[in-house]
Design a binder for this molecule. Structure first.
Ligand SMILES: [Zn+2]
Length: 212
């Protein structure tokens, strides 16, 4: 199986307990589940409905605050933003609004009609979305189309440990809707492919990319 990001050959391994097959690209450090274990939209929706995204919870607000604390100092005072794949909640969008950044939100399941493909933004944020994507390279490219030249893309997805045994013990792939896993290197390769600049990562779960 070739890598869906960089097309190099991958190495496969099987998770002993679940029997799920994974493919690991050593070149761009991308790992993906065999498509046999990908879920259809109905199953995904049922799973997402279990997510506890309570807008009134202090924890949820704190969670987005950690993201914004990393992102906002590294992007140059955006005026407009889009929360791409916001889920049910528009909390992150309203927190960006609170920072003086006019923020739209879009989600293919919960807010599917809110994306205006002709509009371009200074900043696109996307938290806990990329690990769900069947075609992350294609989505990455289309998200870049939503950015102005010089605009920023800020993503949050947990970086995998890049080691087979550690990966098997890792919690993040146990969510059946999490099917693809990244490291900063993976995003650097995507940046090279699509002519963007990799700005920074936090070593854990956040990256910032600039469209040039
Ligand atoms: Zn690769």
């Amino acid at each position: 199986m070739n890598c869906h990001i960089c097309t190099n050959a991958t190495e496969s391994f099987v998770h002993g307990r679940t029997g799920i097959i994974y493919y690991h690209c050593k070149a761009c450090e991308y790992i993906f589940k065999s498509s046999k274990y990908h879920q259809d939209l109905t199953a995904q929706r049922e799973r997402y409905n279990l997510h506890e995204n309570d807008e009134n919870s202090v924890g949820y607000r704190e969670y987005f605050k950690r993201f914004l604390d990393f992102v906002l100092p590294l992007v140059e005072h955006p005026k407009t933003a889009l929360d791409f794949g916001c889920g049910r909640s528009s909390l992150l969008a309203s927190m960006l609004d609170g920072e003086g950044i006019m923020c739209d939100h879009y989600d293919p399941i919960y807010h599917p009609k809110k994306l205006n493909n002709s509009k371009q933004y200074d900043l696109v944020v996307s938290t806990e979305v990329f690990e769900h994507l069947h075609q992350p390279r294609e989505v990455f490219k289309s998200v870049l189309g939503l950015l102005k030249k010089g605009g920023y893309l800020a993503l949050q997805t947990q970086f995998h440990p890049n080691d087979t045994e550690s990966f098997k013990k890792w919690y993040y792939h146990q969510d059946p809707t999490h099917i693809v896993f990244f490291r900063p290197k993976t995003f650097r390769v995507l940046c090279d492919k699509f002519g963007c600049k990799f700005i920074d990562d936090n070593g854990k779960n956040m990256v910032i990319i600039r469209k040039i």
